[in-house]
Design a protein around this ligand. Sequence first.
Ligand code: DAH
Length: 341
Amino acid sequence: MKEKLLNILRDFRQEIDSANSLEEVETIRVAYQGKKGHLKTILKDMGKLSKEDKPVIGKLANELRDEIDATISQKVKEIKQLNMKQKMESEYIDITLPGKRQKFGAIHPTSKIIKRLIDIFYRMGFELTDGPEIESVYNNFDALNAPKSHPSRDKSDTFYFDEETILRTHTSPIQIRTMKRLKPPIRTISIGRCFRNDEFDSTHSPMFYQMEGLVVAEGVTMANLKSTLDTFARELFGEGTNTVFRPHNFPFTEPSAEVDVTCFKCKGEGCKFCSHTGYIEILGCGMIHPNVLEECGIDSEKYTGFAFGMGIDRITMMKYEIEDIRRLYENDVKFLEQFRR
Ligand code: DAH
């Protein structure tokens, strides 16, 4: 029996030496120390031993068990250390290597101006309203008092889907939607894309941005329109900016005006940006025509209002001194990257 035990120890040592993984060690442990392991199997015969042999063999069996236990623990420790070392080596990062440069995007200059416009008008108490780019001929023209003969309605100037549906040519149809939806007092701005069948050149784009302003309440006058636009012009272009109202004609306003502001570049001296006039045209405006108010169900005897519409691209080009509108639509990253700040 003593021999059998020593054989077990010898076999165990061999097997454990060649084990490389925790799984293998576990298999060996079960084979030797488990309930049906070699050691237990042999010790079953202890009862048959003589009185003298029993303690000797018992002691030997205990020593053997302790040795197997200790060897296994030691082996497990070694394998774990080895695994950790291999993992560290495989995940090694050379922190001295040069990094990969992160590319940051920039906000598009038109988006920056839009944000600025919203900020300015929010502070004056205006709310933002919206309308679709695909509009009815009714909202875009008829409800805005444009006669059937108005040149902008021409098939060659406007993108028609069918007789009643177009790509809106301005943001003014949002006025109609807003006045039909809300009751006075109304004080809103609306921003969006508009479409006209223009050739793409340095000052024209078939798709462009406009901002519309609308105020309807009791007792609104041209003086309110003027002070609103004066305040706006000074906020956007700086103190000392003057506005000039020139009489004009729009079907949806009466009286109507175009508004020029002091040239941002020469401050009124005259330069190439303002064609040496000292002023730059930025918008159209006027007192809302009674026909338009009535069309939207607003009593034109009780309420008056003003409206204005401006080209956002134009303003963006002025603010950032961009000389060609096409730059705003080309998605040229080299160009757009300049607007990081
Ligand atoms: N819708 C006009 C345009 O596209 C601009 C405009 C002029 C809007 C006068 C207005 C306005 O609201 O009152 O040229």
